[in-house]
Write a protein that binds this ligand. Structure first.
Ligand code: PXP
Length: 249
């Protein structure tokens, strides 16, 4: 069964738009932890949360609230820095997904350069695994990055589907990117890695993604919160679960 991890950063983005100076203010809303509970009730299999170094959306206290309140696994997205790794060790999410982070980007752009940072990643993964946390690396579907991910000891990769999503309306280009995802998933699986995917996924492009083998979990955020404005979060989750149904693996 293909699992749905819901990225709830976008709920915090909305709260911060009004309450950036005091996100703990007594009437600050919406609360990402409340949203996570709704996602759990609606059938989501996990919650993904990105604590950025600039704290532009989720705050440290959100992580504690999430960890205390949800029963489904928490996947914490982080930059590979000593400070972030220590926060993860304290928070004890089930998974950490290491992502590249640039202050000027609106959302994560491009995958992690595993090849260029092998030594540092090996240390980070060792530290996280040592405290019982499984590690995933957010990478482009590039064979060299996938092989490097296995070499540094990651348990999983999250294949970046942003390019596939951007090219979705240009069929030839999209199919070329889809083939990269298919080959990437095969290679990752053969290398012993769990294969997740995410970024830019919608109910429109997820059914076509079913041709990619070995997928374990999709991490999806923006479209779910966007749809929730019109139909509510539980209905948005149900729609996405329907789009994911029938995945053959
Ligand atoms: N996976 C990673 C590593 C991300 O950074 C994001 C962005 O929030 C997502 C998945 C979800 O992407 P989207 O919000 O486009 O669904």
């Amino acid at each position: 069964m293909l699992r749905l991890g819901v990225n709830i950063d976008h709920v915090a983005t909305l709260r911060q738009a009004r309450y950036r100076d005091d996100p703990k203010f007594w009437r600050a809303e919406p609360d990402p932890a409340e949203a996570a509970l709704l996602c759990q009730e609606a059938g989501a299999h996990g919650i993904t949360a990105h604590l950025r170094e600039d704290r532009r959306h989720l705050q440290d206290f959100d992580l504690q609230r999430l960890k205390e309140r949800i029963r489904i696994p928490l996947n914490l997205e982080l930059a590979n820095s000593a400070a972030m790794v220590e926060i993860a060790v304290r928070t004890q999410p089930e998974f950490v997904c290491l992502v590249p982070e640039h202050r000027t980007e609106v959302t994560t752009e491009g995958g992690l350069d595993v090849l260029g940072t092998e030594e540092s990643l090996r240390g980070t993964i060792g530290r996280l695994n040592g405290s019982g946390i499984q590690v995933s690396l957010f990478i482009d579907p590039d064979p060299a990055q996938i092989e490097a991910s296995a070499r540094v000891g990651a348990q999983a990769v999250e294949l970046h589907t942003g390019r596939y999503a951007d090219l979705f309306n240009r069929k030839e280009d999209r199919n070329r990117e889809l083939q990269r995802l298919v080959a990437g998933a095969q290679l990752a699986h053969q290398s012993g890695l769990t294969v997740n995917a995410g970024h830019g996924l919608t109910t429109g492009n997820v059914p076509v993604l079913h041709v990619v083998p070995h997928l374990h979990e999709l991490n999806i955020g923006h479209t779910l919160i966007g749809r929730a404005v019109f139909i509510g979060l539980p209905a948005a989750i149900s729609e996405m679960l329907s789009a994911m149904k029938g995945y053959a693996g």
